[in-house]
Design a binder for this molecule. Structure first.
Ligand code: ATP
Ligand code: MG
Length: 443
């Protein structure tokens, strides 16, 4: 237990209140995982906590007070301290109808979602009313109490079960798991923002691919990404082709093997072939084809991004990744073509596309890379040392006007364009002296 946490709890106790570390941090302490946020439960009311900590802020409906703390190594962190709450009724599968405060930590912990999240710590001892420590030891996600009741109260818990299983590499206890399937349809009561947050946590977690498979087996996937759900069972076996898996399974395998931790790149990996179900055809030789699936796929990815309420920037990145995942690594492409590729997809998407390619290859059962891919990567770096637009030339419009005694006008631009072309075609170097010399000849 860090000293600053101990000291913080001591201040509240000295004022005559109870205080417990609760939920996530207790779980993560027992798992030896880094603690990202410190949550506390107390019998002090928000106003009473505010009196003790002048820097604290009180800002939500649940009575949570945010207290800035200085850690033992001098960093700032925020403690969240919430009054004990008790069970209340939920009529919308989303929010409790009222927030009711409770007198004891015991009432507070039993309203929590899973046993591993229902532990409290008073600074010395752990309070464990639901065998949470045993479930942590055995790696089990188990609803507190009756799973049917818990998922009916709040349907976000359906996804949270899969999220914790994916993050912690735990298994979902059978009664809890069958209740997830039974109540899957209730996920439609939850806002897309909250669904998105859980989905992105699932696909960026160590067992994200297994998490997506759990979403499928419990039918949650059908409500969240129906396009991907439909891709399971779309056969792509064909003579002379390497694909063995159906499109859905291949998509999940691609996610599994995509190295990037970036949530949008990982979503791109999962959705890269999302246009295949709509474009599948079999030609006269019996070969299965998916012509233009990346174009249809980009349209579907755009729709999915809107549904998941991604920011505009993230949506455009996702669309780019799906649209261009078929990029060629042929060694026959000119430097000019490579530079055009970078300009088209955006430099910020190049690494993501390469990572999806790695995932796509390994996910299809072919070696992680090839000499062609490695050469392509090397050339991508090399061609970036050359100018991308006229503005990158080591000579300006002013230089042109001065050297040739020209007035401002279209001719200046035309000369710059010609110079740029010569640089791009490697006829001259992008150096001032060489450009000035070429200028004289152009005239
Ligand atoms: P992390 O912050 O690492 O994602 P966490 O367990 O702290 O994990 P939070 O969403 O921050 O998760 O929630 C804090 C605690 O509040 C949980 O540990 C759990 O005890 C409780 N909790 C959160 N969401 C719910 C919910 N939907 N239903 C019941 N209890 C919940
Ligand atoms: Mg938390």
């Amino acid at each position: 237990m860090p000293k600053y946490i101990d000291a913080f709890m001591q201040i509240i106790r000295s004022a005559g209140f109870q205080i417990y570390i609760v939920g996530g941090p207790v779980r993560d302490m027992l798992l030896n995982r880094p603690i990202t946020n410190w949550d506390f439960a107390t019998n002090a009311k928000p106003q009473e906590v505010l009196k003790l900590f002048p820097d604290a802020k009180y800002e939500n409906d649940y009575g949570t007070v945010l207290v800035p703390l200085t850690t033992d190594i001098g960093e700032t962190t925020i403690a969240e301290i919430t009054p004990f709450r008790k069970e209340s009724t939920y009529s919308d599968s989303r929010h409790p109808d009222t927030v009711q405060w409770a007198d004891s930590i015991e009432e507070d912990v039993v309203r929590r979602d899973f046993t591993i999240n229902a532990l409290a710590h008073d600074g010395k001892n752990i309070i464990d009313l639901v065998h949470g420590q045993e479930d942590i030891k055995n790696g089990i996600i188990r609803a507190v109490g009756d799973p049917d009741k818990r998922f009916t109260e709040d349907a976000l818990r359906l996804l949270r079960a899969i999220r914790f299983a994916s993050q912690l590499s735990f298994t979902i206890e059978p009664h809890t798991l069958s209740a997830v399937s039974r109540h899957a349809e209730k996920i439609t009561h939850i806002s897309w923002e909250r669904i998105r947050d859980e989905l992105l946590k699932i696909i960026t977690s160590p067992h994200g691919a297994d998490g997506v498979m759990m979403m499928r087996s419990t039918t949650l996937l059908k409500y969240i990404l129906p396009e991907l759900d439909d891709a399971f069972g779309i056969d792509q076996k064909s003579p002379e082709r390497h694909h063995q898996d159906d499109v859905g399974t291949h998509s999940v395998q691609t996610l599994r093997h995509t190295p990037s931790p970036d949530p949008i790149v990982r979503l791109g990996a999962l959705l890269h072939d999302i246009g295949k179900p709509d474009t599948r055809a079999v030609d006269e030789r019996g070969i299965t084809t998916f012509y233009n699936h990346e174009i249809i796929g980009a349209t579907l990815a755009n729709q999915i991004a809107h549904r998941l309420r991604l920011s505009k920037k993230d949506r455009l990145r996702l669309v780019m990744l799906v649209r261009h995942h078929m990029f060629s690594v042929s060694e026959l492409q000119t430097d000019k073509a490579l530079r055009r590729f970078i300009r088209k997809v955006g430099l910020e998407n190049v690494d993501g596309l390469l990572d999806i390619r790695t995932g796509d290859r390994v996910g299809s059962g072919v070696p992680e890379t090839s000499w062609r891919t490695e050469l392509f990567k090397k050339r991508l770096v090399d061609v970036q040392h050359m100018p991308f637009t006229i503005h990158d030339l080591k000579i300006s419009g002013h230089d042109v006007m001065e050297a040739l005694s020209l007035r401002p006008g279209p001719e200046v631009g035309n000369i710059l364009k010609k110079l740029f072309e010569m640089v791009e075609n490697e006829e001259i170097a992008n150096e001032k002296e060489a450009l000035m010399k070429a200028l004289k000849v152009l005239r």
